[in-house]
Design a protein around this ligand. Structure first.
Ligand code: C2O
Ligand code: CU
Length: 470
């Protein structure tokens, strides 16, 4: 591809409007680099202060390259492992064939250092998805291995800019280096690894420029291990248009916060309702006593329009198999353990084991009374292909858990005691402590699928299970 001088000027001008955050690469069309994904040690400037932080990165950048795909487009990528430990890639939320799901041992052998694996599948649903390792996730995810997949809508809504906001948190020491206490038992038995530095698209953000009258689609994605983001856009009312990639009726977020749990995605429409020169804060206030300013929305001097465009119509309903509630089989899945969880014992490697002995081996969480020791545990539910299921998830612990099911989307029926008054599909359900949620789904993708807490500290300490569909 050759660039004319003019294209360079346009690219340069676009980059200049977003000086600190580097959004421009988030608008890059797919290029030949998609054919190869190379996780390797790298150095990035997370703080934007010219200080290098050693990380692990896909193709040298954090986040990794964006896959921007058309519906039905094929991904065909060879992963080449340049880490010093095995890895795999999981395509989170993409309903791929089981062999492409990237779960070590369960769906493929781990890719050893120096080894390769070819991932090939089609984009079956529009939406915002992501990719990340599924091997030693607590360390590999946290060191910076993750990237975004955008599958474009067939008829994309009219927006002026369509951007990814990948949120992450890091535990950095005063020199800006990652603190390497992965798997710390306090993190494992409490809320997981919480960082001290938040980044947006791999950089501590400063400002985000907006124009009066402009309409922006922001694809929020939380790649943190455990931090839950709850963003408030002061002076604005964003509309949520899609959750975990699947369209919802446009709605303002409850109590003004856009909540994004680990691994979840929330697409919002942000309208430039301010005036040239205005400044508004974007504040994260999920945790009331740990609220902080993420960045400032800054209005540029030149308006784009005198008014914001009329309200957006809903995106087309997701094309997912509709569960047949009258013929569904019901199951209960209970999450237990952790600090203040009161779990006395659980089954581990086939034997009922006391909590003290479990904790000595770093295992403190269970699903249906079983502490997983590996990715290929015997299935907790054997589903029939094409059959509908209703699942009651019970969080019997003192902590929130983002519960993720591979290969499928789950239709949310109830959270807590609240029936849902709109259609919501999720691949990752954020469950508050001591609550119950009910979902329905059709087992329409054959294979063995992981069901686990997406806080990798919890997952690796036993909070994972397998569901089979045959
Ligand atoms: Cu995003 Cu099993 O993972
Ligand atoms: Cu958890």
């Amino acid at each position: 591809m050759t660039f004319s001088r003019r294209q360079f000027l346009i690219a340069g001008a676009a980059a200049a409007t977003c000086p600190r955050i580097g959004f421009s690469r988030y608008e890059t069309p797919p290029g030949p680099w998609l054919q190869r994904l190379t996780p390797a040690p790298a150095e990035v400037d997370l703080l934007g202060a010219g200080k290098a932080t050693p990380v692990w990165a896909y193709n040298g950048s954090v986040p990794g390259p964006v896959y921007r795909l058309k519906l039905g487009q094929r991904v065909d990528t060879v992963l080449e492992n340049r880490l010093n430990q095995p890895t795999t890639v999981h395509w989170h939320g993409m309903r791929v064939p089981n062999g492409m799901d990237g779960v070590p041992v369960l769906t493929q052998p781990p890719i050893n250092p120096g080894g390769t694996f070819r991932y090939a599948f089609e984009a079956r649903n529009p939406g915002t998805f992501w990719y990340h390792p599924h091997f030693q996730s607590a360390e590999q995810l946290d060191r910076g291995l993750h990237g975004v997949i955008v599958v474009e809508d067939e008829h994309p809504p009219q927006v002026d800019r369509d951007l990814v906001w990948l949120l992450d948190d890091w535990r950095l020491d005063p020199r800006g280096q990652i603190v390497e206490d992965f798997g710390d038992l306090h993190d494992v038995s409490h809320q997981g690894r919480i960082g001290n530095t938040a980044t947006l698209n791999g950089r501590v953000p400063d400002t985000f420029e907006l124009k009066k009258g402009e309409r922006v689609r922001l694809r929020l994605l939380n790649a943190a291990n455990a931090w839950i983001f709850g963003l408030e856009f002061k002076g604005h009312t964003p509309r949520v248009i899609s959750l975990d990639g699947h369209a919802v009726a446009p709605t303002a977020p409850e109590d003004g916060r856009v909540v994004v749990g680990p691994a979840q995605r929330v697409d919002i429409i942000l309208d430039g309702s301010g005036n040239p020169g205005d400044r508004f804060e974007v504040v994260d206030r999920y945790y009331p006593n740990r609220a902080f300013k993420l960045l400032d929305l800054v209005y540029s001097d030149t308006p784009l329009r005198s008014n914001v465009p009329p309200p957006l119509a809903a995106l087309p309903a997701p094309r997912l198999s509709e569960p047949d509630l009258s013929n569904a089989t019901r199951h209960e899945i209970t999450f237990s353990g952790g600090a203040m969880g009161g779990m006395g014992s659980a089954r581990f490697r086939g034997e009922e084991t006391g909590i003290r002995q479990l904790a000595r081996q770093g295992k403190v969480w269970a699903i249906n009374g079983v502490v997983a020791s590996r990715h290929d545990e015997p299935p907790i539910i054997q589903m029939r292909l094409g059959h509908s299921y209703i699942i009651d998830f019970i969080n019997d612990t003192a902590f929130p858990h983002p519960v993720h099911l591979h290969g499928h989307a789950m239709k949310l029926l109830k959270t807590g005691d609240k029936e849902l008054n709109r259609t919501v599909w999720r691949d990752t359900l954020l469950m508050a402590p001591r609550t119950r949620s009910t979902v329905a789904m059709v087992a329409d993708n054959p294979g063995k699928w992981m069901l686990h807490c997406h806080i990798p500290e919890h997952q690796e300490a036993g909070m994972m299970a397998v569901v089979s569909v045959t």
